[in-house]
Design a protein around this ligand. Structure first.
Ligand code: C6P
Length: 423
């Protein structure tokens, strides 16, 4: 039997001071032992979703086995326990993001819902005809389409900050877009296609000089970086649990309390009210005002377990390992003739998009799959970014802290095989 993994033990409550050991960490993720077509799974699609450590699976199961009950509704024992556990995760997320208060944390389905919430509440209330919203050229569709829908409804206008060929935002150009017409800046913290870590703190400072609030799409940042919303001074921050080693169907919107309190509710229903009559409904306080209906309780507890787990692994340790993997993979991939990396920013998270000769990425992905290697191919829900690079699609390997140099070697062998078969 494998030795009990340190991190699994630590997640159960014993603080770990051990150095990062990828072999031990991998023991915590049962699926990493899977075989695909008789070959070991090499999972390099972590930007789409990460695998889940046992601690997350157990937290969800424990809820259904021992605590299953609705929250904020019952006076009975189970409901009180479930409510306590659910609210404890809010506090955990508050600390995870270094938010000032727990009521600044709203549980949503994921990044997409978080951004739609802000567009439909803050946006509808504050953005009028002729107003402008600034995005960047590397946004995911989730941080484009909700603003486009709002602009269509209101007659507002999108402005797009351009990027260079390395995949870095041109900050001077961004700053030129800020005008008295600007009402909001919505930016991706880390690009899901390029891996670029954007200089968001400086961009937020620039926007705030114009009194313009900034929303950050943290879907790809939260899994790789220690996020501190107060140090960043962002006004809204969105992330998804499932990209953070937690369950699907749960995510977080952080918002500064004063902004959230002034926003109208998003959806109507149970829990978001303080009183209802046919004449008038009074709304609950934040964060409950934005959490209509029974929430994803099990998913929330799973997210809490994922945060505990990550805190035990430690962002310094996982960041160092991921950066080592990134530089190893960058070196190895750039040595492959005919391979071109898309996204070579100086500040990068461990995401490697590439094109190979004139092969279609779907074909590349299909051959890699036969080797047990999971990558994503396509436009990665960032079609305007693909247009910027004049490409229909890329192949993307996105890494997590449980990946190894041996897996990068397998990817390189796989790409050589693709060239042999299709080249
Ligand atoms: N990107 C990818 O493979 P949801 O689906 O709501 O959890 O996350 C949406 C989202 C928003 N912003 C960024 C930067 C993202 O990368 C994503 C999800 C996945 O790249 C699935 S398209």
């Amino acid at each position: 039997m494998a030795a009990a993994p340190e991190v699994a033990k630590a997640a159960a409550g014993t603080p770990s001071r051990h150095a990062f050991d990828v072999g031990r960490v991998r023991e915590d993720f049962p699926i990493l032992k899977a075989q695909v077509y008789g070959k070991p799974l090499v999972y390099l699609d972590n930007a789409a979703t990460t695998q889940k450590p046992r601690a997350v699976l157990e937290a969800e199961q424990r809820f259904y086995l021992e605590q299953c009950s609705n929250v904020h509704r019952g006076v009975h024992h189970l409901s009180e326990r479930a409510t306590q556990a659910y609210e404890n995760v809010r506090t955990k997320v508050q600390r995870f993001l270094n938010a000032a208060e727990a009521r600044e944390i709203i549980f949503v389905r994921g990044t997409t819902e978080a951004i739609n919430l802000v567009a439909n509440t803050y946006g509808r209330k504050n953005i009028q005809a002729g107003d402008e919203i600034i995005l960047s050229a590397m946004e995911h569709h989730s941080n484009i389409v909700p603003w486009q829908m709002l602009c269509e409804e209101k007659g507002a206008v999108l402005r797009v900050a351009p990027i260079n060929d390395e995949g870095e935002i041109l900050r001077a150009e961004f700053e030129k877009l800020l005008t008295p017409r600007t009402r909001l800046v919505a930016l991706v913290h880390v690009s899901n296609v390029l891996g670029t870590i954007n200089p968001v703190r400086q961009m937020i400072e620039a926007a705030h000089r114009w009194n313009v609030p900034v929303l950050l799409d943290g879907a790809q940042a939260a899994p790789h970086l220690k996020v501190d919303v107060r140090a960043l001074d962002c006004d809204f921050y969105a992330f998804s649990g499932h990209k953070l080693y937690g369950p699907t169907g749960i995510g977080v919107l952080y918002g500064k309390a004063a902004l959230l309190a002034a926003m109208p509710p998003y959806q109507g229903g149970g829990d978001m009210i303080s009183s209802v009559s046919f004449a008038k409904t009074l709304y609950n306080v934040i964060p409950y005002k934005f959490e209509a209906g029974t929430p994803n309780i099990a998913g929330t507890l799973g997210l809490g377990a994922a945060i505990d787990y990550l805190n035990q692994v430690g962002f310094d340790a996982l960041g160092t390992h991921e950066q080592e993997l990134l530089s190893y993979a960058t070196g190895a991939l750039t040595r492959i003739p005919g391979l071109r990396l898309i996204g070579t920013a100086k500040e990068k998270a461990a995401v490697l998009s590439f094109v190979l000769d004139d092969l279609h990425p779907h074909d590349v992905g299909t051959v890699l799959d036969q080797e047990g290697i999971a990558v994503r191919t396509g436009h990665h829900c960032a079609q305007p970014l693909m247009d910027r690079f004049g490409l229909p699609a890329t192949t993307r390997a996105s890494l997590a802290f449980y990946n190894t140099k041996e897996e990068i070697d397998a990817l390189v062998r796989g790409i050589h095989k693709v060239k042999e078969i299709l080249g």
